[in-house]
Design a protein around this ligand. Sequence first.
Ligand code: ES4
Ligand code: ZN
Length: 327
Amino acid sequence: GSIVEFIAGLPKAELHVHLEGTLEAELKFRLAARNAVDLPYADVDAMRASYVYHDLPSFLAIFYEGSFVLHREEDFRDLVYAYLEKVAGQNVVYAEMFFDPQQHTDRGIPFSVMIEGLTRGRIEAERDFGIRSQLIMCFVRERSAESAMAVFEMALPYKHLIVGLGLDSDEKDNPPEKFAEIFRRGREEGFRLTMHCDVDQKNTHEHIRQAIEEIGVERIDHGANLLDRPELIAMAGERGLFFTVCPYANEMMRPGERQSIARGMLDRGLRLTLNLDDPAYMEGKYINENMLMVHELAGFEREDLLTVTRNAFDAAWIDEDLRRELH
Ligand code: ES4
Ligand code: ZN
């Protein structure tokens, strides 16, 4: 069969997607109507045409504006359900999904509304499509440590519904150590830990070192600049860290990159996985298209795609029985 058929037929796991970044234009219009939110676009094509950005801050401005249509429990339910339905159709059997509570609590949405809607979407998608999923709560890193701690406290009554903690949004001048106390408490409370270390941010090598040595993450989301530093590569190898690489996001943020990040990690024996980031804002590319991109641009062959798929199931925050059942 063709490579396209091979990819489509693989049972897959995803570990790096921002739920707010899965909000496709059609659903955004429906939610805006439901909540009487005015959108400055005539139709979905005009909305999609407005998704023009050239770096992380210009991307984040569009991404945050999009989330303003989410108000009710059912909106959060519909968001998760639509994403899981879509990826189940690409033979994804397990997904870990980021959400950013501060985007919503800042707008006056109660934590309970958000988490209950997200959880209902997960349960209904498992019932209807058989797909398993878990939630990872991310802190918005340009906001204060106090703001992150406040949302951490709100999450504690729901910690059985949240598998891990992450850190996302604008990395520049917002190092991992800013959140050291929260991640220390998070570990004590039983959360698994990951963090974004994006491409070419200021002090990115020091951020990667802090994430590994001071925070003790099990994964790094992106982590590309580690490839510049042999000592960081060695540290990641010794500790068995996993990397969640997002091929299409890399292409959007750094046109012409040609998947040298994915290739570089594979060649150094690092345990990379392939993921989506924000598919609704990245030309609607989901996991099959991301896998095809590293095949076409970086020479990932079938055995390499099997390796990264195995890595994703090995990196998943699930117990060993479920791991065997899924993979
Ligand atoms: C994100 Cl691409 C990216 N980087 C950092 N934070 C994010 N949140 C949503 N998308
Ligand atoms: Zn991300």
